[in-house]
Design a protein around this ligand. Sequence first.
Ligand SMILES: NC(=O)c1ccc[n+]([C@@H]2O[C@H](COP(=O)([O-])OP(=O)(O)OC[C@H]3O[C@@H](n4cnc5c(N)ncnc54)[C@H](O)[C@@H]3O)[C@@H](O)[C@H]2O)c1
Length: 434
Amino acid sequence: MRIGVIGTGYVGLVTGACFAEIGQSVLCGDVDQTKISQLKLGVMPIYEPGLAELVRGNMDAERLDFTSDLAEIARTADVIFIAVGTPQNRDGSADISNILEVSRIIGKEMKGEKIVVTKSTVPVGTSEKIRDTIESLSEFKVHVCSNPEFLREGSAVSDFTNPDRVILGVDNKYAESCLKDLYGSFMKNTEVILVMDLASAEMTKYAANAMLATRISFINSIAAFCKKKNADIQMVRKGIGSDHRIGLDYLNPGVGYGGSCFSKDMKALIKMMSDLDLNPSILLAVEELNEDQKTILFHEVIGRFGNDLTDKKIAIWGLSFKPDTGDMREAPSLATIEALLAHGASVSAHDPRAIKEAKQRFGTRISLCEDQYEVLNDASALVVHTEWDCYRHPDFEKVKSKMREAVVIDGRNLYNSNWLVSQGFEYYSVATSD
Ligand SMILES: NC(=O)c1ccc[n+]([C@@H]2O[C@H](COP(=O)([O-])OP(=O)(O)OC[C@H]3O[C@@H](n4cnc5c(N)ncnc54)[C@H](O)[C@@H]3O)[C@@H](O)[C@H]2O)c1
């Protein structure tokens, strides 16, 4: 079976590399020619643990190749995965123009029967649109499937190869058996392959992201209450999370969710529900709470120093929306930095992987350092945004020696409050009472 993947971002590149790793012949394509030229040289456009080795190893083994000629994929692949971006329209709905553009190329160029599989997150009903588009341009048979992706940035390769479940939305047995064979070849437990109709598969992705986002806003609300009433949110989290009906995942109080998916998919689901005259108020509340949560660290800063930050330098550890990725899309750090700059502060920041993206976003408006201690020079506060491992056990003596004022504002509850205070720090976090 020859596999084509269109879109070589987080989802497409991981999909292509992982299928190549199990011996499939994979051709990946993208409209971004620079990205394709880099990939052909073995240069990764993104950071994802284990991905570079996987891509280079499979290129060397001649199982994985890249092209900017999408027609070549349409002509040569038997199964084509679509993993292009589905960004947000102004009204919140998902923009599926990239999906339809790719469908047109497939329809025009295919020279035989194809299985076309959507990995991108798409509104319910998109599979039919893809099929109609392709069928209007081709005499050959097309089997359109929905196979939404659940990988998480930062652990994308291991999530892809050890998924909790694989959702296969299909409407015919031939496509079902091909995709089951494909996934079955690297999954130990094929019982986690869940076959369903197309609409249910498309909806499963939105429902999953909405559930996870809801848990995050929920625990952040409970954390705010605990802080006011001197209750320990970490104990409350354990107390509720040890109930098997609840569990502990996605119940960490923090600075709100970020990343390219949650907010975009929540808005798309809100729009889909509103269009059907259904009440999306639970989702609206989750989003509203999250927007507020993103500025919680900024409010800690002005709570401590006042509104005028003109003579203050604020150091930030962590810019990416989560650890183990360089991705800053919708990262809460963006809200903090913009608010700090608007109040006159100077900002210096460190991140193990996001410095390049931060430079593109902020230019010279903030200073960026490769050394996590250098950003602290003369800083009045250290704001910890992302829980990278390198921030978990820093040399606090060194931290203190560099700062003008020993103030730590911890958005990820990484440090022991009592110990830090005993070392002469002022400590604020989303979990500890003021
Ligand atoms: N990033 C995640 O963690 C994640 C997880 C699950 C699902 N998803 C969904 O998967 C899809 C892709 O997400 P991503 O994070 O990989 O996006 P991305 O922005 O990293 O990559 C998308 C790629 O598609 C390419 N592209 C856009 N239009 C194209 C076109 N017309 N033809 C060919 N290539 C085109 C872009 O150049 C880019 O390289 C989205 O629908 C997203 O919601 C993302």
